[in-house]
Design a binder for this molecule. Structure first.
Ligand code: NAG
Ligand code: NAG
Ligand code: NAG
Length: 373
């Protein structure tokens, strides 16, 4: 009798063993109630749109427009277009909330020569701006035991107020380098200020994933369609080595923006977000916001390959919105904060409140979401 049970048990175990892939791969389901951990902050900086990645053994955060506070705690001018910070990771998962590192009030991503670069805000004398707002954090492409290397693609947007003066602007490629052990922040340098030409699909600006020495880069033009390119890690700076996913196959001929044969259906909910690869799900994941949303409504979609098919994006969590006109944006996933096999994700977003004379005060809530196995 005992022997029979044991055999049955073993048979069941053997049967169940091959399927270690979690249900999140095709049906992500939140476990319990997501936990608001607190606010990530460098107390000397007011800034929005932070995103993170792993550099050495710490999280590097890069945020957009950054400014200090006056003696009443109201954000003041001047501002610089980006700033970076470290946070110390907590063993087992998560991060300390205290952000640190000296930016010397210079933009982390150097201004592009010729684009009103005589000030760190990218402000032009005619009142327009080149804001250099990154939509994605640095993509870490290699770590050789000493040096961490990453890349960021940023559109050379030229704006008046919040309106684009140029549709589908060219894209600058930045390289980020960090030597382990150094207290300083990593350095960013311009590799090519027109890596993608004006009118091209801006691959990389919408996010990227490195998997098995291949970089996958998503791009979204003003028509909101999401397109996909890939390149070997070693050739990231060489445009001739890129391939593009068009009509269900990889090709070296770059599709024109708007070619619907290059659209990756359901690869996002349309707004800003983060792509990453989930080890426990063995799936590619996008988490972010819908098109034109200014609420903390987090959507998710997943796929077993970057090319798709992606599931229909759906909402899985709503955070608290700020009381400023743009109450919440830059919804991000922060996979670098979790051990590789943890079935969880840390979310952040920019919560904007109005203080003083309708000045935007930014905070960055950190939220832990655990998933059902
Ligand atoms: C890592 O890369 C850096 C920069 O390319 C180089 O200076 C260093 O020697 C490399 N270290 C190892 C251990 O390969
Ligand atoms: C908006 O939120 C800020 C920060 O909590 C608060 O100081 C301010 O009074 C609020 N404004 C309104 C109009 O509720
Ligand atoms: C939400 C969303 O974008 N859904 C789309 C998923 O892709 C199919 C086409 O394959 C569309 O019909 C859906 O609208």
């Amino acid at each position: 009798m005992l022997l029979t049970s044991l055999v049955t048990l073993l048979a069941h175990t053997a049967f169940a063993a091959p399927s270690t892939r979690k249900r999140g791969a095709s049906n992500p389901t939140v476990k319990g109630t997501p936990q608001v951990i607190g606010l990530l902050a460098d107390p000397t900086l007011n800034r929005d749109s932070c995103g993170s990645n792993l550099f050495g053994d710490r999280a590097l955060w890069v945020c957009r427009d950054s400014q200090h506070y006056d003696s009443n705690g109201i954000p003041n001018l001047p501002l610089f277009t980006s700033s970076a910070s470290w946070t110390n990771l907590v063993s087992g998962g998560g991060t300390q909330l205290s952000m640190y590192g000296d930016n010397n009030d210079d933009s982390f991503y150097p201004l592009v020569p010729g684009n009103c670069d005589d000030n760190q805000a990218g402000a032009c004398s005619d009142g327009t701006r080149y804001p250099l707002w990154a939509n994605a954090p640095p993509l870490v492409t290699s770590f050789n035991g000493t040096t961490t290397t990453g890349y960021t693609w940023i559109s050379n947007s030229h704006i008046s107020g919040l309106s684009d003066l140029v549709e589908n602007p060219s894209v600058t490629l930045y390289k980020i380098t960090y030597t382990s052990g150094a207290d300083d922040l990593p350095t960013a340098e311009i590799i090519n200020s027109a890596f993608w030409a004006q009118g091209d699909v801006p691959y990389g600006t919408y996010g990227g994933v490195v998997q098995d020495d291949t970089i996958f880069l998503w791009g979204q033009g003003t028509n909101r369609d999401v397109n996909l390119a890939r390149v070997p890690v070693a050739s990231v700076e060489d445009k001739s080595k890129y391939e593009y996913y068009v009509s269900g196959t990889w090709t070296s001929s770059q599709p024109v923006l708007g070619d619907t044969a290059a659209t990756i259906d359901n690869a996002s909910a349309g707004g800003q977000g983060t792509y990453y690869y989930s080890n426990p799900w063995q799936a590619y994941v996008w988490i972010g916001q819908p098109t034109n949303s200014v609420s903390a409504d987090f959507y998710i979609t997943t796929a077993s390959a970057p090319e798709g098919p992606w599931i229909e994006p759906f909402k899985f969590y709503s955070g608290v919105n700020g009381n400023y006109s743009l109450g919440a944006y830059t919804l991000q996933a922060n996979p670098a904060l979790s051990p590789a096999d943890s079935n969880e994700i840390y979310l952040t977003y920019t919560k904007t409140d109005a203080v003083g004379d309708n000045v935007a005060l930014y905070t960055t809530p950190l939220i832990l979401v655990e998933w059902e196995d």
